[in-house]
Ligand binder design. Structure first.
Ligand code: ATP
Length: 293
């Protein structure tokens, strides 16, 4: 039996600005249960999200929406189905938040603003306030209400909780889990991805280095970069994380891009690894078996 294809998917996309590619040959299906894109700053997460939203055309490969590429899809329907959730700073500071949400609604549906505020756990009376008169968590809920206004099936979330403190963050995550929408989440925060995404892809220097069930990736990483990310999460009350491997930030121009930072790098890493199946995930590493514990 063949699996049904995801409604939105990237098929071997290379993306860039001008003629410089920054995301290389990436394939990602947005499947049920949430999909996470994890990686450090500059790894290409936002670039991929922009392509999934139809805001950036691939240099090669395609973004598929159902059985059509985004180039050929009905973009009016697409914009109803797929909505971005940006960070709260993107709200217009001069506009009352009720008006910001109403702006996303068709004129005849503007009376739905109070319902939308309630749906995200806010008192409808807050509609008259401007963003600076709300807390960070409340502002992020307004951004989510605005995205929900058109009744999307998929939300593309770019660091939706990174500006919030931990308890407020947990409540916004509860809200996102409770929504009946699919989600693609971009983050460098592994706790967030664990909560919201059944499947995750780890990006390093514009390439997917490991993909698989989030719980497996975090419990037992198979790529040294995934392991470094996981080990860098400070434990509450624990010792600061030990610096493992070398610290050069620049990806290697040839061979495995991670090899200058990799504690396991050997001569074989001068040849770029192809993604391969290792214990139920795809890993681009010659030494994956040595990384797994
Ligand atoms: N508009 C642009 N023009 C040229 N280069 C860009 C542009 N936007 C991003 N880049 C470059 O593309 C690469 C990937 O950037 P991107 O914003 O996708 O990374 P990111 O993983 O989302 O990082 P962050 O977590 O810091 O947002 C970086 O090298 C960045 O400098």
């Amino acid at each position: 039996m063949t699996m049904p294809r995801a409604e939105l998917r990237a098929d071997r996309v290379t993306l860039g600005y001008g003629r410089r590619p920054v995301v290389h040959d990436v394939s990602i299906d947005i499947t049920e249960g949430g999909v996470g894109l994890i990686g450090e700053s500059g790894s290409g997460k936002t670039t991929l999200a922009r392509a999934f939203l139809g805001l950036l055309s691939p240099i090669s490969g395609n973004i598929w929406y159902g059985d059509q590429t985004l180039k050929k899809a009905d973009m009016r329907k697409f914009r109803k189905d797929v909505q971005p959730v940006f960070q709260a700073e993107a709200l217009d500071p001069r506009m009352r938040v009720g008006a910001s949400i109403a702006e996303a609604l068709p004129r005849a549906a503007r009376s739905r603003v109070p319902d939308l505020l309630e749906r995200v756990g806010l008192d409808p009376a807050l509609a008259v306030r401007r963003p600076h008169e709300l807390s960070g968590g409340q502002r992020q809920r307004v951004v989510i209400a605005r995205a929900l206004a058109v009744g999307p099936r998929l939300l593309i979330l770019d660091e939706p909780t990174s500006a919030l403190d931990v308890t407020v963050q947990a409540r916004v995550l509860d809200l996102l889990v409770s929504l009946e929408t699919e989600r693609l989440l971009i983050t460098h925060n592994l706790a967030v991805v664990e909560r919201l995404c059944r499947t995750s892809h780890v990006l390093f220097a514009g390439r997917v280095v490991e993909s698989g069930p989030t719980s497996d990736l975090l419990a037992n990483p198979a790529h040294p970069y995934t392991r470094a990310l996981r080990d860098a999460v400070p434990k509450l009350g624990g010792e600061p994380p030990e610096a493992k491997g070398r610290t050069e930030a620049v990806p290697a121009a040839t061979g495995c891009a991670f090899r200058l930072r990799c504690p396991l790098a050997g001569p074989e890493c001068e040849v770029a690894p192809e993604p391969r199946d290792v214990q139920g995930r795809q890993v681009a590493c010659h030494r994956a078996e040595d990384v797994l514990t």
